[in-house]
Structure formats: structure tokens, C-alpha cells
Design a protein around this ligand. Sequence first.
Ligand code: ASP
Length: 355
Amino acid sequence: MKPWRSLLCFAAVAAISISTSGQQTAPAHRWAIVLHGGAGVIERASMDPKTEAAYRAGLKEAIEAGSKVLDSNGSALDAIEASIRILEDNPLFNAGRGAVFTANGKNELDAAIMDGATLRAGAVAEVTRTRHPISLARAVMEKSPHVMLVGDGADEFAQSIGLEEVDPRFFFTERRWQSLVKQLKKEGLPIPPRPAGAPPAPAAPIAQIEPPDAHKYGTVGVVALDRFGHIAAGTSTGGTQAKRWGRVGDSPIIGAGTYASNQSCAVSGTGTGEYFIRLTVAREVCNLVQFKGMPLQLAADQVIHKELVALHGDGGVIAITPDGQMAWSFNTPGMFRARIAEGGALQLGVYNDEP
Ligand code: ASP
């Protein structure tokens, strides 16, 4: 037998022996991953080419990290966490560092993750001191008996299990701060003091390098299918700019902004969360797949272009099925997005006239 053949035989036996040990089934599926970086009024006319390139590079870096995990037989959950952690650290996106500010001048972060294989889920809201809310959501799922933790308690839990804690000023970005001040002025609302410990205010406002309502998007989400045939979904956000009164959107609400079930599909949403909660958008897409037998793209379009539009809601979703269908659908001028399946080409998009 040629040496490469015996190597293949060995690999096959190794894979089968993992499966017969009951720990893991043999990798039999082609992996796939879809990612979004928020939907909104994202138009060419108001997008600086340099900023657009930076967004595209951010999407690429994040999806490559998730793909790498899947390609080395990692789980959908691991891939999602890897991609979202990168987006949470990228100040361009409204998640982790770069999150929008509340009307009180704070960054309050929400995130959720769901495992389609087991229907286990974890979510956090109003986190202010944990660097990676997506990892905290996952820890809630895997290391606590609960599904959702909020506020100081969620940060305390993160600390108790050794997740990276940061000073809240870590999340501060000048661009988001100025965007908040502008919105509050426009709405005649009081302007909170500049957060303690934030870098000194620049002498002149920073250059406006992006669309006027950039604050309205930037939530991040990832859905993935691993080689074991399991799907999962994750979402992370700073919510909506100038939110008040402890407002929480759809992102951390299981079934609204995030949902996954191997029986149907995995979905992550972005848009005005109130509508996504009222429609339970993520679960609604999966219901159409599971109970009406709709192809994934059709189901996503039905919810986003018909049901959401009927409520005057704006936004979009990304979705994936265990048999490898990938979809995105949005009713806004743009949605930052990327997808790739094993052996296929990377597809990146920003505007609604791109495929
Ligand atoms: N859905 C998020 C929220 O309402 C915001 C967004 O996706 O842009 O909190």
C-alpha cells in the first residue's frame, strides 16, 4: 500500500474510533459559516472608501478566524465565539469595544449564544465590565444553571469564573461618544459628563468619515455549521445608541435576535430590536423551515421582507441549516455580511445591490 493510502486508512480508522467511543461522530459534513456586522442605512454615497475597506477587512478577519476553527474540526460554537471575539475588539462594530453609548454615557453590552444540537443557550444583558460578552454568554450556558444573566450580576459571574475583566473605559471610543452627543443635542436631551478616565476630548470634533447614522448599526452575529453536522448562533451588541431606562433589545433574547436548532436552522438578527422581539424573528424563520418545509432563503425573506416590513421594522438576518443552506436577508440599504462554505469562495457584501 502506498504510504499516503495507509495514512488515509489510519485517519479513517481514527475518525471511526472516535465515533464508536461515543464522544463524537465522525466528521461527515462540509462546514459553513455566515456572519453579519449590522444592518442599516449603509449607502455608497455616504461611505468613505477607506472606512468601507476597513469594514470589509474587519469582516474578513473575523470570518477567517471562524473558518479556521471549523476547518480543524472545531465546533460551531467555538467558531462563533472566535469570530465574535474579534468583532468585539474591533472598534468599528457596535459590540464590545466600539459599542454605542446609553443616554447616561455608559456602554451596556448584550450577547447570546445557542447550540442547535442541544438547544442549550446562554445570554447576558447590560454587561459593563466583561471584555468579551459572547464568551460570558457561552459561560452562562455551560457553567451556570441559567440561560440569562443581567447587569452587575452578570459581570460578577464573569469575574467568578475568571473571564477577562476590563475598566468600563476600555469600551470608550471618541467616534461613538461624539455620535451620542450629537444625537442627544438633536433630541434636546441632557448631555452626560464625559466618562471618567476617557482620553481628553480632542480640540475639534473628529472628521465625519462615515454615514450620518452610523450609530444605528454595527451589531455582530455569526451562524455556523461544523463538520459534525451541528449548527449554532451567536450575537453581540451595544444595543441602540442613547438607549435609556435599562432598555434591552432582541440580541440576547433567545428566539428574537438569536436562535439555533438542528431541527431547523440557526439565525442571528440585527435591526431595531423591539420589532425583532415582537415577531420572535429568529424563531419565526426556523419555524417556517421546520413546519412549512421552506427553503432557508425563502423563509428568511418571508420574515424580513413581509412580516417585519408589515410592522414597519427594519433590519436583517443571517441563517444556516444543518444541510448547509446559507442565507441572508435584509430590508435596509445595507448590511455588513460575509459567508463561506468549505471548498467555496468567500463572499463579502455591504450594500443591497451586491449578491
Ligand atoms: N438589534 C440591536 C438592538 O436592538 C441593534 C442592532 O442590531 O443594530 O439592540
